[in-house]
Design a protein. Structure first.
Length: 536
C-alpha cells in the first residue's frame, strides 16, 4: 500500500472477538465482544515467547502441522474453526513458556502484562472469565455452546459459583488476558509500522453496531441491553423482506445512569492503535429499528436515543486519541442526522450505488460532499464486478431471500436501468474512451475500461477520503456478506483473490495497483506521508 499504491491508510473489518467455531456465525459485525479482539489474528511466530518455546518451534516444524497449514492455505474458504484450533495449540504452549520464564520470575515482561491487566480492569476480567468458562464447560459438555445453556449458577457473572471457578482456574483466566495483551502489543506494532512506512493515517478501524446475544458482553453486562426485542432494518430495495440482525438493542436509560462508561470504553478500545475509526450504522446514535419478539422485520419501529450525549463523548475521545471518525450513514437518513454529524466533524460515508438524485440520476463528482468518505460499495453490498453481472441478485434468489419471481424480475429490470445511468454518467464525464459501448446491455461484464472509469470517478469526487475494497481492486464478483443469509451463503469466509506474495509478483495485481495509483496521482490523492493530510 505504501510503496506501490500510494495509499494513506489500510481499512480493516472489525477485529472483535468471535467464537471461531461452528455452529456460530463468523461475522465480525456480530461479535462475542466489542471490547476485545479475536486471537485468531495473532502472528504466532512473531510473539516473543515463540523464540523461547522449544516445543512450539518443534510443533511448527512437524510434518503433521505443515500438512495442516498447507491444507488451510489451499482451502476454498477460510476455515475459522480449524485455523483457531491449530493456533490455540501453539498459544497455550507459548503461555506456558511465558509463565515459567517470565511470570513466575516477575520479570519486566511480567510487569508489562500486570500493568495491562490493571489498566483494563473489570472489563478484561469479565471477558477472560467468560472465555475460560466457555472453554471449560464446552469441553465437559460438548452439546452446550453458549452461556444461556450453562448450568444456572454460571449464568450470573456475580454468583458464588463463578467466583469459585475463578479461584480454581486462575491460570485459564490469565491465559485469556495474556492473549489480549499480545493482541494489543502486535496491533500497536502494526500501526507504528504503517506510520513508519509513510501511511499518514495508518490503520483505520471499525466498530460494529452489534454484539451477539449469546456472547460475553451480554453475559457480563446484560443490564445494558433490552430484552424482548431485536435490532434490524425495514424493507428496502436491497432487502425486500427487511433485515433481522438478531441482537438486542442497547438500554439507553442504563447507559445514561452510569455515565455512558461502557459506550466510552467501546470507543477507546477500538480506536486504540489507529488513525481512524468507522462507526457501523452511525444512525444508532439517533435511532434504531426495533423488532419485537414474535414479529418479523417488516413489523418493527424506530426508537430514538440521546444522540447529543453520545456524539459529545465520541468527539471527546476523538480529540484525546487523535483519530478521525467516519460514520456509516447509509440507507434512509433524515437530514437532521447528517446535519448533526457534520456539526460534530464526523465524516459521512457515501457509496456510489446510493448516490442518486430523486430522478434516479447518479450524482457527479462535484456533487459529493467534501467531509465524506467515498467508496464503490461495502461488505454488505455487491462488488463492482458482481453489481454489473447481477451476481448479488442471483445470490439472493439462490438463498431464498426474495419473496417471489416478480420481485426477482423487478430487481433485474431496475439493475439494467442503474447500469445504463452509470454508463451515461461515465461517458458524460469522458472517463470512458469514445469507442466504448453506449448501451449497458452491450457490456456484459466489468471490462478493464469500465473498471478504470469507475475507480477514476471515485478518485475524482470532492470527498476528502476514498476507500477501495480489495474485492473491487481485484474485480471479484462475490461479496463478503449477503444480509439475511446464514447457511445459505458462505458469509465472511471468502479469501482474497491472490496470496500476499502475489500482491508483489502477479502481473495482473500489479496492473490493477498501478491503475489505482495512477488515479490517485491524477486527482492529487496520492499519499504524501504527512499525518495532517488524509487524502486516500
Amino acid at each position: 500500500m505504501a510503496e506501490q499504491a500510494g495509499a494513506s491508510f489500510i481499512a480493516l473489518n472489525p477485529l472483535h472477538a468471535i467464537p471461531n467455531r461452528q455452529p456460530y456465525n463468523t461475522s465480525p459485525y456480530l461479535p462475542n465482544s466489542i471490547f476485545y479482539r479475536n486471537p485468531i489474528y495473532l502472528d504466532v511466530e512473531a510473539m516473543e515467547d515463540f523464540r523461547i518455546c522449544a516445543r512450539a518451534v518443534a510443533l511448527l516444524a512437524s510434518p503433521t502441522t505443515q500438512r495442516e497449514i498447507a491444507r488451510l492455505r489451499t482451502s476454498q474458504f477460510v476455515e475459522y474453526e480449524r485455523v483457531y484450533k491449530l493456533k490455540l495449540r501453539f498459544l497455550k504452549l507459548l503461555f506456558r513458556a511465558f509463565l515459567n520464564a517470565e511470570w513466575k520470575k516477575k520479570t519486566a515482561r511480567a510487569s508489562q502484562l500486570g500493568d495491562y491487566i490493571d489498566r483494563e480492569g473489570d472489563l478484561l476480567h469479565g471477558f477472560a472469565v467468560h472465555s475460560a468458562l466457555e472453554e471449560t464447560i464446552h469441553a465437559e459438555h460438548p452439546d452446550i455452546w453458549n452461556w444461556r445453556s450453562w448450568p444456572e449458577p454460571y449464568q450470573d457473572p456475580e454468583s458464588a459459583a463463578v467466583r469459585e471457578f475463578v479461584q480454581k482456574q486462575k491460570r485459564s483466566v490469565l491465559f485469556h488476558k495474556y492473549l489480549q495483551w499480545q493482541l494489543d502489543t502486535q496491533l500497536r506494532a502494526a500501526h507504528k509500522h504503517a506510520r513508519d512506512r509513510g501511511l499518514s493515517v495508518g490503520l483505520y478501524h471499525d466498530l460494529a453496531l452489534a454484539t451477539d446475544r449469546f456472547g460475553s458482553d451480554l453475559w457480563a453486562h446484560r443490564g445494558h441491553y433490552v430484552a424482548g426485542c431485536r435490532v434490524g432494518a425495514p424493507p428496502d430495495a436491497f432487502s425486500p423482506k427487511g433485515q433481522d440482525w438478531a441482537f438486542p438493542p442497547p438500554n439507553s436509560e442504563r447507559h445514561y445512569q452510569d455515565g455512558y462508561r461502557l459506550f466510552a470504553e467501546s470507543i477507546r478500545k477500538n480506536c486504540r492503535h489507529g488513525g481512524a475509526l468507522r462507526i457501523d450504522h452511525v444512525m444508532r446514535f439517533f435511532r434504531l429499528y426495533w423488532i419485537p419478539d414474535g414479529m418479523d422485520a417488516s413489523e418493527g419501529t424506530y426508537v430514538r436515543d440521546r444522540f447529543e450525549d453520545l456524539l459529545r463523548i465520541l468527539a471527546l475521545e476523538s480529540v484525546r486519541e487523535k483519530f478521525f471518525i467516519v460514520g456509516e450513514d447509509l440507507g434512509t437518513v433524515p437530514d437532521e442526522v447528517r446535519e448533526a454529524l457534520h456539526r460534530f466533524g464526523i465524516f459521512s460515508y457515501r457509496v456510489l450505488y446510493f448516490e442518486q438524485g430523486r430522478d434516479g440520476r447518479f450524482r457527479t463528482p462535484q456533487e459529493y460532499p467534501r467531509d465524506a468518505l467515498v467508496s464503490a460499495t461495502t461488505h454488505d453490498l455487491p462488488t463492482l464486478a458482481g453489481f454489473w453481472i447481477g451476481r448479488d441478485i442471483e445470490a439472493r434468489r439462490e438463498a431464498g431471500l426474495l419473496p417471489d419471481d416478480g420481485v426477482y424480475r423487478g430487481m433485474l429490470e431496475e439493475r439494467a436501468v442503474q447500469k445504463q445511468r452509470m454508463l451515461d454518467l461515465l461517458h458524460g464525464l469522458h472517463l470512458l474512451p469514445d469507442w466504448f459501448a453506449r448501451t449497458a446491455r452491450d457490456v456484459p461484464e466489468l471490462t478493464g475500461e469500465l473498471h478504470n472509469a469507475i475507480v477514476g470517478f471515485l478518485a475524482s469526487t470532492n470527498s476528502k477520503l476514498m476507500v477501495l475494497n480489495q474485492e473491487d481492486l481485484l474485480k471479484e464478483t462475490e461479496q463478503q456478506n449477503l444480509p439475511g443469509s446464514t447457511a445459505e451463503y458462505r458469509n465472511w469466509s471468502r479469501k482474497m483473490k491472490c496470496t500476499v506474495e502475489e500482491l508483489w509478483d502477479s502481473p495482473e495485481v500489479r496492473a490493477f495497483t498501478q491503475m489505482f495509483r495512477s488515479w490517485l496521482e491524477k486527482t492529487g490523492r496520492v499519499n504524501q506521508g504527512k499525518p495532517e493530510a488524509y487524502p486516500t
